[in-house]
Design a protein around this ligand. Structure first.
Ligand SMILES: NC(=O)c1ccc[n+]([C@@H]2O[C@H](COP(=O)([O-])OP(=O)(O)OC[C@H]3O[C@@H](n4cnc5c(N)ncnc54)[C@H](O)[C@@H]3O)[C@@H](O)[C@H]2O)c1
Length: 329
């Protein structure tokens, strides 16, 4: 297939580009490089430095590259930033996706694989969370994605051929097993890269947000999925998607690790000291977020290769040791 990867210079998108190419697909990447890295884009893909808001140039690329399917990773994805600047999130993530959908419409592209998030659920009523759980985001980031899911529904209702799959990721972690790609965000807000940067001595200490949650050790519990398992699910979803279908799947491994457990695993994997301190809770952080990912397992036969967090952290550590300053090293 000819696949356009929006946000293909970012952490997850760059891994997806590599996997698509290795599976024999032709890939075009669109990214504005606001948070991405040109170095992360596989040279076998064509690259277009375009913002999602640029509908006409996007439509041109879609038509010229004869795109069959779009994988859409391009978004701003920091909860705290979204609380401070909600309009930037609705503009980039929601309006940006509308522009992409308009471009797809113009170019006659009918398939979309969308990066959604566990943040669409907000404070969960049940755990693990099934796809049928109530959707009540608790921050503008989650709402910006929730709005897109609604828009996709409406587009599918008005166009019988339009088809989409919305993948609701829990916490994504790790790096390409061959060491070629990794996670390089500025600012970095994800726990595992922050711990590994501290292990490398590039951060003095790590502040952990809250140790008074109603969990066994008082810290939040999260579900970590390896970035390559996540990308493999995208390929399965894309291949399974028939014209006119709408699908929603959770993506996690259904196993929870507390923040304290993640710190201990990072110390064990790296063999280094990682100084930590406890700060206050962060607003909008649910105590436990665990995916019920049984639907994608049973419908698409997806099975994660990484079932344990230490193996996931080991892949990230391999990349960080080789790239202590990120892609610039
Ligand atoms: N990383 C996670 O744990 C996680 C969890 C849940 C959902 N997600 C979602 O997965 C997707 C990818 O996340 P990531 O961690 O790889 O983020 P990232 O910031 O590394 O990648 C996003 C990429 O999109 C690009 N981009 C952003 N806005 C754009 C625009 N308007 N036009 C063109 N390019 C634009 C950025 O430059 C960047 O390269 C996002 O949609 C995010 O919401 C990520």
């Amino acid at each position: 297939m000819n696949v356009l990867v929006a946000g293909g210079a970012g952490y997850i998108g760059s891994h997806a580009v590599k996997m698509l190419l290795e599976a024999g697909h032709r890939v075009a990447v669109v990214d504005n490089l606001f948070r991405g890295h040109g170095e992360a884009v596989d040279r076998r893909a064509s690259f277009h430095e375009i913002d999602l808001a640029e509908t006409h140039p996007l439509a041109d690329v879609l038509a010229r590259e004869k795109i069959d399917c779009v994988m859409h990773f391009a978004a701003l994805a920091y909860v705290g930033e979204s609380v401070a600047d909600p309009l930037a999130y609705y503009e980039n993530n929601t309006a940006g996706t509308i522009s992409l959908l308009q471009a797809m419409n113009t170019a006659g592209v009918k398939r979309l694989v969308f990066s959604s998030t566990a943040a669409v659920y907000g404070e969960p009523e049940t755990t693990p969370i099934p796809e049928t759980a109530r959707l009540e985001p608790v921050n503008p980031y989650g709402w910006s994605k929730r709005c897109v899911e609604q828009i996709l529904h409406d587009c599918a209702a008005s166009d019988r051929d339009f088809s989409f799959v919305s993948l609701r990721y829990f916490n994504v972690a790790g790096a390409a097993a061959d060491g070629s790609l990794g996670e390089d965000h500025d600012p970095e807000t994800h726990l595992i890269p922050i711990l590994l940067l501290a292990a490398l001595g590039r951060r003095e200490k790590v502040t952990l947000f809250g140790n008074d949650y109603p969990t066994p050790d008082g810290t939040c519990i999260r579900d970590y999925i390896h970035v390559e398992d996540l990308c493999a699910a995208h390929l399965s979803a894309m291949n399974a998607l028939r014209l006119g279908e709408r699908r929603f799947y959770n993506l996690g491994i259904g196993k929870g690790y507390s923040v304290n457990e993640v710190v201990e695993l990072a110390r064990r994997v790296t063999g280094r000291k990682i100084p930590v301190e406890y700060g206050p809770r962060r607003e909008g952080d649910p105590a436990v977020l665990l995916a019920d990912a049984s639907k994608i397992r049973s419908e698409l036969g997806w099975t994660p290769r990484y079932a344990d967090l230490d193996a996931i952290i080991a892949t990230a550590w391999k990349w960080f040791k080789a790239h202590p300053g990120g892609y610039e090293t």
